[in-house]
Design a protein. Structure first.
Length: 212
């Protein structure tokens, strides 16, 4: 799962980077496959997708930053030294990009660091309580991420309703698992933009794209 998720992340970032950087080139290539009267629709779609993808990746950075801040604060409060708390927070923030597996690995690393730094402590009275506190602190951060960060940040970045984002991620997880969740929001964004440009007469399309 990790290798598949890692490859998917690299592919998404690689393709998105070059798409945003060379959006005009993509538009010039795509219009060759469309009738002349649809050329402007194609260019409008490429332009909108490029802008929304930029907003999406800014949202990802904001999400990672929020997780780092919360985990640093939480782990410092439960008794870890600040440098250890920051290290765990940085790793867990980056790993959180991988759905399901990332948060689990982040918490596991936090627990392992907790064991390492509490080796001189008494196991029953000090080490185990510290590990429990670390677990609770990181799970609180994960809960805030799931309930607040993901719906709010991504709904604003790609101009969708928070409930809409939640449903899209849930459906993507059901259909495609971890990889499905990774590509859910960018793919849904692309679909919405294309639908708006080419099927805007449809009432359902008008409804789901009214914020674009």
């Amino acid at each position: 799962i990790l290798s598949v998720a890692f490859i998917a992340i690299l592919a998404i970032f690689f393709f998105s980077y070059y798409f945003m950087r060379e959006s005009d080139l993509f538009a010039d290539a795509l219009v060759l496959f469309f009738p002349e009267d649809k050329e402007q629709n194609v260019r409008n779609a490429i332009h909108s997708i490029s802008i929304l993808l930029k907003r999406y990746f800014i949202g990802v950075l904001l999400q990672i930053t929020g997780i780092i801040i919360l985990n640093t604060a939480g782990l410092s409060i439960v008794g870890l030294q600040f440098n250890h708390a920051v290290t765990i927070a940085l790793i867990s923030g980056v790993l959180n990009v991988i759905p399901y597996v990332g948060p689990f690995l982040g918490t596991l690393i936090g627990m392992l660091v907790g064991v390492a730094v509490s080796m001189p402590m008494d196991v029953a009275t000090e080490m185990i309580p510290l590990l429990i506190y670390i677990f609770i602190a990181m799970e609180i951060t994960q809960l805030i991420d799931n309930v607040v960060f993901q719906p709010q940040i991504f709904s604003r970045s790609v101009k969708s309703h928070p409930l809409e984002i939640f449903i899209v991620i849930l459906l993507a997880a059901t259909i495609g698992g971890v990889v499905g969740m990774l590509i859910a929001i960018p793919a849904y964004t692309v679909i919405r933009v294309i639908a708006k440009e080419f099927f805007n007469q449809n009432k359902l399309v008008q409804k789901i794209t009214e914020g674009l």
